[in-house]
Write a protein of this length. Sequence first.
Length: 110
Amino acid sequence: MEQRHKDIIRRNYRKLSEEIQESIVLLCKDLWTAKIISKPMMEEILEGNNTNRKRAMALLDLLPTRGPYAFETFYKLAVANELHGAADILKPPSDEQSHFPKVDVNFDTS
């Protein structure tokens, strides 16, 4: 993982852990399927911690050590699992782009 990506995770550690904690089991399984983490790593995260918040923090502690594809894979899985808050933290959208679906709201009552 590039240093700038490690820095993003470290600077946003608390917020990221809040954003991913409800989907931590799914994220761990997806990261295992993508070969970013091993099965023993996944089991340690999920079984060695008694709350989703602690599981999320354990995953965030591990990710920076998991090679050059860990950050991009984590980002893509955040988007795929509709964890838009986490995705926006990892790669803030520009004005033209967002991870949230565009909604056209027209309140024309004529």
